[in-house]
Design a protein around this ligand. Sequence first.
Ligand SMILES: [Zn+2]
Length: 203
Amino acid sequence: MGVAREPDCYPGENAGQGASGLVAGPLPCLLFMEVVCLMRDTGLYEQILGLAAPWQVTAVTMDQEAQTITVRIELPPAATLACPACGRAGCTIKDRQERSWRHLDTCQFKTLISAPLPRTACAGCGVKTVAPPWSQKHSRFTLQFERFAIDALQEMSIEGACRLLRISWDEADGIIERAVGRGLERRDLSTLRRIGIDEKAVL
Ligand SMILES: [Zn+2]
């Protein structure tokens, strides 16, 4: 279906991810669930998500009936961030808008990230919404989920992947579009000298 295989991580577009925090698929684990069930080790999810200051996991809650785990990520009230448009450091946060993202399942539990997503006030650019380190802008899935979804989409039909991942066809389409965009951004044309064009047929 023409979707390029994604790398293990996305250097540069997910600056908060540490080298040890990436997970390739649904988290395996009896020991992991024991730790999560204690609901004390917010640091565990900070490592899994590769979060770095000022982002921090402030709570992990489990809903047994809904079979969900929600990871709460917040910034300290006085935190400053770099402007997402020009990179100017130390921008104050104008306001925060509540958002949520689907992450890789924790065993059989659907795992969600919830966070008040900040908008920075930059002297040069004005008010800009920050792209969180765990997700691409405008996506409601984490980068780790999207990478696993692309792997699934390459191994089976779109319908099959949608059933396995519990996502809609439109959500799968959005994941594919963003993956193609990331692939095009990674493409290095610096050594390109000539382009050969053969026939083109339009059906
Ligand atoms: Zn700016």
